[in-house]
Design a binder for this molecule. Structure first.
Ligand SMILES: [Fe+2]
Ligand SMILES: [Fe+2]
Length: 193
């Protein structure tokens, strides 16, 4: 599914279920970061008009997801906690060499975003299928549907703005690299952990 080379170990859901407050907190920040990524793409690449237009729409959608998750936290009588370091993202960033042409940098940022969207979507699907709390499962099903288009949008832009062959090769290498990272994860109550 989604081109990912290693599916998440379903036992990850058991870990998550024991700590819904932590997963919701982590998830809220994933939505905040998705919003921030879209804004920073606008700031860094303003001349890519089509991208800018899509990022404006995405900012609205991702911040509305943030609100959905935040509301869920409040519904449970909790308060949003502080953000924590995302080891998955830290490791993922190491795949991309620094520098390169402007187009290369754009392609890297788009592929990075595409991958995070794909993995998040896969995890939301797993939550929607496996959570015992059916209300929360339905909440994740709705989010999964709306996230599914994001990965294809980012990948589509990378292919549109970069060299198609090079982009496909890089995407494939990135998927291999991510599968290696994943082997050591799926052990904590975070969206990517
Ligand atoms: Fe989202
Ligand atoms: Fe998204």
């Amino acid at each position: 599914m989604l081109g990912l080379k290693l599916p998440t170990d379903p036992r990850w859901v058991n870990i998550v279920e024991k700590n819904i407050e932590d997963i919701l907190t982590d998830h809220a920040y994933c939505e905040q970061k998705a919003t921030s990524t879209a804004i920073s793409l606008i700031v860094s690449f303003p001349e890519y008009t089509e991208l800018v237009q899509e990022m404006v729409a995405l900012v609205k959608e991702e911040i509305s997801h943030f609100k959905m998750v935040h509301d869920k936290i409040l519904e449970n009588g909790w308060t949003l906690g502080r953000d924590r370091k995302d080891d998955y993202v830290v490791q993922l960033l190491k795949f991309f060499p620094k520098g390169g042409s402007r187009t290369t940098q754009l392609v890297h940022r788009l592929l990075y975003a595409a991958l995070i969207e794909a993995r998040s979507c896969e995890r939301f699907r797993l939550l929607s299928e496996e959570l015992e709390d059916k209300e929360l499962a339905e909440f994740y099903r709705k989010l999964m549907v709306s996230e599914a288009n994001h990965y294809t949008m980012f990948l589509g832009f990378a292919r549109q703005y970069g060299d198609r062959k090079e982009v496909d090769k890089k995407w494939n290498d990135l998927l291999d690299y991510e599968a290696e990272i994943m082997k050591n994860l799926s052990k904590s109550e975070t969206i990517h952990g």
